[in-house]
Design a protein around this ligand. Structure first.
Ligand code: GAL
Length: 532
């Protein structure tokens, strides 16, 4: 049973919290983002140290290691690590771990973050072997904000803002350039997109908006962040820029020379018939024949271009996360891991509408069993904050409740989290949505499980995700147009007796509950809890 005060508190948290004198339970703030008054539920981070972000990290032997310990709390802060394996060093001021591991194995390290108010410690497992991306990638991508207008300056500013906003302290890591860093002969009237497509050695050359790719990469790395880029297996990207067909190995080598850490590889102009036109890479691709022939015949054409780029990435001495993008064709979740994808898009492009976001997120049902550490379903990037696909940006059209649904659902789904907004205009609600460490911990849980839809009752849905510590993250969703009570029964979880429930957005224990837990959930909203 829920008390009327509890129901009202869930419905109108800020107003009731103020009326009941509940203090830090929730604070209300007006922002210009979304429609109506935005309610900020995430409490500000403590001034005491707290270590956030991934607890498990994969690295291939012999490749450059970079991991920045994410920690909130007052600065100055000093970092330490016990049992760091030989080959790695920690910078005690920045919390950056760098170096190279040469021997495969699991290394369990204890991280420490200390300031004048105290010290936090947390175990961190480094897994040196063939697999990387063991938890979903967290970062930013240029597309939903700048689209075809992106420049190197925009990328630098996004990296600056990732640090100055404090998001880096919550585990946000990647700064990804999407389409339009390459030359584009199809837009001949835009001089900033013209130039040589490749150099004398057939290496890809960026367009004039990216005059020094190496310097840009070094700049981003210099902030303790990682950097990604974009290409397509066909001759042209989706925007008509130069892409990788017949140049896969050359491109992978160039990405590695520049120092990139992430590749989004977007189908677009690829067609299986292109394979008969391979020349430059014929010898390389012929070494893959046996592998490709082992794929199911009805999927071979879908898998081939991704297998070729994966094989190319495997040959370079750098860990490059591989993000497949082909909108879910051919049930990509069934074979994305087999071609070495660290994630694969399962849907078409997201927009900042309830229809688009909810359709992308709530459709992730049959692909659930295929997600796991190192390979995740990707229902596309986040549409909170100022978005607009360049150059005119607008505050997301999602209401605050829809934004809570969006982030809660993506975390339950163990989806890659790629912020799509203008990082230089992070308003308080957006920042609070992206910096709740207990919510982000659902996404980053080392077990790597994707939530299952446990209950569907009309517009009301309950999604549950198994967590490594045996607890469950539970999302009570209301997709309908008026507030409704949503509940989860312990028996549906295979549990009986009393269980402890914590509200993750408010970071507040709600008590122990017998048989079930329920809440009034606003229109298009969510109550996200963790149950032990
Ligand atoms: C689309 C892709 C978008 C973006 C765009 C670039 O196919 O889904 O996320 O990358 O291409 O042209």
């Amino acid at each position: 049973m829920k008390s009327p005060a509890r129901l009202a508190q869930i419905l109108f948290p800020a107003i009731v919290a103020a009326a009941l004198g509940l203090g830090p339970v929730a604070t209300a703030a007006e922002t210009s983002t979304g429609s109506g008054a935005a309610i900020i539920l995430t409490p500000p981070p403590s001034a005491k140290p707290r270590i956030n972000g991934a607890q498990v990290f994969g690295v291939r032997p012999g490749t450059p290691f970079l991991f920045t310990i994410a920690a909130t709390g007052d600065r100055p802060m000093t970092f330490a690590a016990d049992h760091l394996p030989a080959g790695l060093q920690l910078d005690s001021d920045t919390g950056r771990i760098t170096g190279v591991l040469n021997k495969e194995g699991d290394y369990v390290v204890t991280l420490h973050a200390k300031n004048r108010l105290g010290e936090a410690s947390r175990p961190f497992k480094i897994v040196c072997g063939p697999h990387i991306g063991l938890t979903p990638a967290m970062g930013w991508n240029s597309w939903n904000c700048f689209a075809s207008a992106v420049t190197a300056e925009d990328i630098k500013k996004a990296a600056d803002a990732m640090v100055s906003s404090g998001l880096i302290n919550h585990g946000w890591t990647y700064i990804n350039i999407d389409d339009f860093w390459e030359v584009n002969p199809h837009r001949a009237n835009d001089p900033t997109l013209q130039g040589p497509q490749r150099d004398a050695d057939r290496n890809i050359v960026p367009n004039p908006r990216f005059p020094d790719m190496k310097a840009l990469v070094d700049y981003v790395h210099g902030k303790g962040l990682k950097i990604g880029l974009y290409s397509s297996p066909g001759p042209w990207t989706c925007g008509g820029c130069v892409a990788s067909f017949d140049h896969e190995l050359l491109d992978a080598r160039q990405y590695a020379r520049w120092g990139f850490d992430y590749l989004k590889y977007d189908w677009c102009s690829y067609r299986p018939e292109l394979e008969t036109h391979r020349k430059i890479s014929e010898a390389f691709v012929s070494t893959l024949t046996n592998w490709i022939n082992s794929f199911p015949e009805n999927r071979r054409d879908d898998m081939r271009p991704y297998a070729i780029m994966r094989a190319a990435l495997n040959r370079v001495p750098r860990d490059i996360l591989f993000s497949l993008c082909q909108y879910g064709m051919g049930n990509v979740w069934e074979w994305g891991a087999q071609v070495g994808g660290n994630s694969w898009r399962t849907t078409g492009d997201i927009r900042d509408t309830w229809k688009s976001m909810s359709a992308n997120g709530f459709s992730q049902i049959s692909n659930q069993p295929f997600a796991g550490p190192g390979h995740f379903n990707d229902p596309d990037m986040l549409v909170v904050g100022y978005v607009g696909w360049g150059p005119n940006l607008h505050p997301t059209h999602l209401t605050p409740d829809e934004q809570y649904t969006h982030i809660s659902l993506w975390c339950l789904l163990a989806s890659p989290l790629l912020i799509g907004c203008d990082m230089t205009r992070l308003d308080p609600l957006t920042l609070s949505l992206l910096s709740n460490d207990e919510v982000l911990a659902v996404d980053q849980d080392p077990l790597g499980q994707q939530a299952k839809r446990l209950v569907k009752n009309g517009d009301l849905e309950v999604w549950t995700k198994d967590m490594e510590d045996g607890s469950k993250a539970v999302g009570l969703f209301n997709r309908g147009d008026s507030p409704a009570a949503v509940e989860v029964k312990w028996s549906d979880l295979g549990w009986s007796g009393r269980h402890r429930v914590r509200d993750l957005w408010r970071q507040k224990d709600l008590g122990t509950f017998q048989n079930d837990f329920g809440a009034m959930v606003p229109r298009h909203g969510v109550e996200l809890v963790r149950v032990w």
